[in-house]
Write a protein that binds this ligand. Sequence first.
Ligand code: PLP
Length: 426
Amino acid sequence: MSRSQDLFAQAQLSIPGGVNSPVRAFNGVGGTPIFIERAQGAYLFDVDGNRYIDYIGSWGPMILGHNHPEIRDAAIEAAERGLSFGTPTASEITMAEKVISMVPSIEKVRMVNSGTEATMSAIRLARGYTGRDKILKFEGCYHGHADSLLVKAGSGALTLGVPNSPGIPEDFAKHTLTVSFNNLDEVRQVFADLGEQIACIIVEPVAGNMNLILPEPGFLEGLREVCDEYGAVLIFDEVMTGFRVSRGGAQEFFNVKPDLTCLGKVIGGGMPVGAFGGKREIMDYIAPVGPVYQAGTLSGNPVAMAAGLASLSLLNSSSLYTQLEGRVSELTSGLQELADAKGIPFTTAQAGGMFGFFFTEAKKVTTYEQATQCNMEHFRTFYHEMLKRGVYLAPSAYEAGFMSLAHTETDIEETLQVAEHAFNVL
Ligand code: PLP
């Protein structure tokens, strides 16, 4: 038995499923999860002494690589002054100003502790602001696990086959309308029927929780138009894409401005942080200025602010994103060549520092249905062959992959050599 297997057996006795977030349990691929002891740069090191090239990056936050010295030092320095005060601090203003300077549509921002809190609060705000109850989301998009958003969701919910979780009263879920990602006609139809009752559209501008699906040209622009026409709030859930597909997130990449933006992952530099922000007029609808209640004991925590600010400050030029995108292209085009050479039906997708790959005959995957119809057997086999030889991919066919600025050309070459073996086994 490996140490990871031992620990997993032990963990299952005291933690449901042995994990604190479902997808970590390897349900999507089978086998035993690897327990990690430490991480540095592009690498994870497990409790059995193995090294992995990491393409999860803690599910997105570690865009600068693991244990970046400036981020670590900023957190330590802040911790030395006290872990939490529950009072306003100057670092919260610096953080707010930084976010406003980077994300095109944000005029005011509030910090929270996770992506789930960000989306949950943005939805409440949109409902309070418009005085409407219904919300519209897209099948396969995951916006965290708040009740009204865990309807036809992606990510772990999709991996485990529970897009609608027990414990969510139908009375809550009935206000969540779900349509197909990339299908503007369906959106227009729903608005034609119920537009006056819809508070908001929430969308992952690049869907990263059903593998990686890019918005078709005109899709995001169309959502903007529909929201303007019906007075609904457009929310971009940029928890994954924020500071990841470009400095200003997907809204900068695609040049479409939402009314509200949800952030998480990169914004905390590896600490538990989320945020939601947007138009001043809407944001001023939150307590204590406005009537919509939202709060948090640890929101704006000084250690988290220090780590997050250090991260955002290091992401100081768009050329870093060109570099990141270049690395992703090397990986995706390399994988495609290898698969083509073996005649394995396969395609890839990418946006800035994130990527996806699908075992499918389709040249391009644009819908949730296509994502769910991929060859899961191929994915599982490929996954384990890669893991065995030291490449750590997301343990589910419904998750995006993340590149960091610490990944070198040599890491990509090594990954592709391992992939060649893996494709050979399929
Ligand atoms: N929104 C998106 C797009 C996400 O990818 C996630 C998490 O993966 C969330 C929201 C929820 O964030 P958290 O897990 O920090 O609650």
